[in-house]
Design a protein around this ligand. Sequence first.
Ligand code: NAD
Length: 255
Amino acid sequence: MSDRVVLVTGAAGGMGAGHARALAADGWSVVLADVADCAPVVAEIRAAGGTARAHRLDVTEPGEWAALVATVRAEHGALHGLVNNAGISRRLRFLDTGHDVWRQVMAVNVDGPFYGIQACAPLMRDAGGGSVVNISSIAGQIGYFSPSYSTSKWALRGLTKSAAGELAGWGIRVNSVHPGLVETPLLAGSDGFVDSAVASIPFGRVGRPEEVTGVVAFLLGEASSYMTGAELTVDGGLVSNGTYHRILTEMEGGL
Ligand code: NAD
């Protein structure tokens, strides 16, 4: 039985694996869940002296969530943190987004966190409260060309605020994180898209996964104990200043 237990979805790779490694190094007992194999990341964490277990979970399946939460209750007796990180992106324009793509993106990015919060909240309540961190995106704060991704991330922002009000009475905080462009496999195959996008980022570069991890750890920890229903943007200034950064750079002949 560990003092602080956190469940991270999509933890087999990308940012989720980074969150899991860092949280374990910070003393959390980490439950890694993914449709892909989390065993290699768990092995790394254990080799570094941390506590972690790997579980297969398809976040779109409420029955799999129920089974995993029952396992966590049996193995750990408590749950204090949930990071709804699993997500997919399909960079298709509006008229190219077919029914199957739309449903798949909604299922992973919206249904997943909804089922996750529903399944985990009673165990968190029984542990005396907890913190849920939903990984949205800047695509959930501005209009983004891919309708499935943008709509799903806006929906996750709304789900965050709805759950924050509903679960406050149980001592469960719910906040969202909105990364900009971050160097992970999710960006792979985006061709010139990333290079062009960097021209609108005042910091002049994409983010590193650990720069998102720090914010996730903050929202899980005591330092954010009075925060709920909040959204934190982690984007090198893209949303707040991207337009004028690009305009001024072009006017000054920098592009
Ligand atoms: P990634 O593609 O590297 O990793 C996503 C992980 O989710 C994978 O391990 C995958 O197996 C898992 N996953 C996919 N479908 C699943 C399902 N049904 N059930 C369980 N696990 C599933 O992505 P990433 O870049 O690390 O992104 C992590 C989160 O951050 C996502 O929610 C993404 O939308 C968000 N995000 C990423 C960026 C970026 O630039 N990389 C920017 C903003 C937001």
